[in-house]
Design a protein around this ligand. Structure first.
Ligand code: ATP
Ligand code: MG
Length: 310
């Protein structure tokens, strides 16, 4: 097994992920380092939009690896996740050999034909098999694994623990070079203990104000730092309200882009009111936020208040 040095230390992970635009915290950088060093998959869990999928992409960017992605969904099966036989091609081959065999003595035996059509040439590789077989550095992203049916986890186990795939007609294919595996989940359902046991676990949550400011500034460098501070502050306050869906990092970044597009140079009550749909996507959440906004900033001070929720 040729061990790839993914990251040389947690600090190296922090720096190289940062250089590609992914601002990780200590726990994330340490986990990324360990996943590479121990050759263990990472299970990343957390709310929507906190950078779970982006982490896998950033590892690929930072290490010059190719990203192979398996997007999970209800009904995902072996044929879409692992491999399937190209039935059409197999059928054509059988028909061709039958017509050739006609008249000729004997023709090809069924066994010969069977061996031929269940060979490499007729195999359609899907993401899990593709990642196992690549001999170049590969990040395998198994995205939103909680959306699949439990049976798919059974499929994943062989890949996650032994980095191999068994195809009855061809035998067992073992990774020449182990991929860096990232599984993400919104925790819509609990994953099996068997899967968890094989993974390192990382819980990603909303970032600290400081890190979120850095992330927003990195994505939207043109926005004034003071406004970025206001925005992150307001987002933090929105997250404290009991909302159906709290704003994520992705929405903070969108909000910053919105302010640039509208050429707003402050995030006052009026600007918040006009752009709330960028961060809150349920009417009830918007109503709740507007109520909190009104209660927190009395009419006479709203025009000057830099902190509308205070
Ligand atoms: N640490 C970070 N550094 C830089 N950008 C980040 C970071 N975390 C999140 N982002 C930004 O937020 C966006 C959303 O992140 P991502 O798509 O990874 O969320 P997710 O956790 O996978 O959400 P979902 O559960 O909805 O799939 C990214 O495209 C990226 O722009
Ligand atoms: Mg995602």
């Amino acid at each position: 097994m040729s061990a790839t040095a993914w990251f040389s230390s947690p600090a190296d992970a922090l720096e190289r992920l940062g250089a590609t635009g992914y601002l990780a915290d200590e726990a994330t950088a340490t986990t990324a380092f360990l996943a590479g060093a121990l050759e263990k998959p990472v299970l990343v869990e957390g709310p929507a939009g906190v950078g779970k999928t982006e982490l896998a992409k950033a590892v690929a960017r930072a290490t010059d690896a190719e990203l192979v992605r398996l997007q999970c969904y209800e009904g995902l099966d072996e044929a879409r996740a692992l491999y399937e036989w190209n039935y059409k091609k197999q059928l054509l081959r059988i028909q061709a050999s039958q017509s050739l065999g006609q008249g000729a003595e004997g023709g090809a035996s069924w066994e010969d034909a069977h061996d031929e059509i269940f060979s490499e040439e007729f195999l359609l590789s899907r993401p899990l098999l593709t990642a196992i077989r690549r001999d170049r550095p590969t990040v395998l992203l198994i995205d939103e694994v909680d959306k699949t049916d439990v049976e798919v986890e059974g499929l994943l186990l062989e890949v996650l623990s032994d980095f191999q795939v068994t195809i009855p007609e061809l035998g067992t294919i073992t990774a020449v070079r182990r991929p860096f595996v990232v599984l993400t989940s919104n925790a819509a359902r609990e994953l099996s203990e068997a899967v968890k046991r094989r993974c390192l676990y990382l819980h990603l949550d909303y970032p600290s104000a400081q890190r979120e400011r850095e992330i927003v500034s990195r994505h939207v460098p043109d926005l004034d730092e003071g406004v970025v501070g206001q925005l992150v502050d307001v987002v933090a306050r929105l997250r404290e309200l009991e909302l159906k869906k709290a704003p994520s990092i992705a929405e903070s970044v969108d909000w910053a882009r919105t302010l640039i597009a509208l050429q707003r140079d402050t995030l006052d009550a009026a600007a918040i009111d006009a752009t709330l749909g960028v961060v809150l996507k349920h009417v009830s959440d918007q109503e709740r936020a507007r109520r909190a906004l009104r209660d927190a900033s009395p009419r006479n001070s709203s025009t000057t208040s830099a902190h509308p929720f205070r």
